[in-house]
Design a binder for this molecule. Sequence first.
Ligand code: KG4
Ligand code: ZN
Length: 331
Amino acid sequence: MFILGIETSCDETAAAVVEDGTAVLSSKVSSQVEVHHRYGGVVPELASRKHLESIVPVVAAAIRDSGINTDQIEAVAVTRGPGLVGALLVGFSFAKAYAYSLGIPLIGVNHLEGHINSVFLESLAPPFPFVALLASGGHTGIYYVTSHTTIELMGQTRDDAAGEAFDKVAKILGLGYPGGEIIDRLSREGDPRKIAFTRPYLNKSGFDFSFSGIKTAVSLYVHKHQSDHKIRIPDIAAGFQEAVVEVLAFKLINAALKKECEHIAVVGGVAANSGLRHKVRRDAERQGLKVYIPSVKLCGDNAAMIAAAGYHYFQAGIETKLTDDVFSRAK
Ligand code: KG4
Ligand code: ZN
């Protein structure tokens, strides 16, 4: 079954064609980074307008690259939420019109379930059940996944998402937007032991997170050492990254141990982080756990993961009506 996936929840216009929820025939992502860069974050109205410009060319390119014809597409899967409402409406309205004109089903997908299903696009996918850490710019949580569509929330951030903390710290350090990739790169030149930033919630039971405290600690540190010529930005980046990575990896592994679950996954934009990938693999190995982390291009927002989740919704008989609306917050 060929499914066209569409994703416009934030600042990436993406389209993909996926076969049977596993084989990516094409995946196009048009990033809006240059539009939002000068503002240091995503400007919702500009995001909607850019999606409107890009949606037709991006979908056309995904279909062209897939090597299949339009009449072979059997359903359209599209992100329904959570995300920026104006941005979601562009993709959702487009997908409705597309499905309506071809007389094929429309499948509205929860963006977070899309990220979790991204692990099934790799040749080595986890069996059920598995415990997943989803860390992105808008969400950070730990989930117990017993089927493609049965996902139990075990804990989540009380304030900032992990990716949001990376972006805010990059802004404090004057490094630009989006910050995750820049901090990841700079961390390799720094010494993570030079500055020990706080590890919030590390010693708290349960699987909730809090990242706004680390961001404040970095801000205070920078303020205090402003005139100190010996402070090195790479050391601050490395110290901050290590603090975040330690908390994420610790909670994920403990969640798996609590559930007596042998398989763990890391998904979402922050799963691209080299420090996190390395630490989770190393710590999991010590506990005898098996780790599944998608390739970097499937960690950030993309439409292949939406098509994959959509396939499993379809198999489970979950439908979306042409009169349905989008949602902005996680359900
Ligand atoms: O999943 P995603 O593309 O969009 C959301 O659903 O939010 O995640 C974007 C987030 C941004 O905050 C970005 O800074 C972060 O993922 N990110 C990273 C890295 N690459 C992207 N964070 C840490 N290290 C990275 N290498
Ligand atoms: Zn995302």
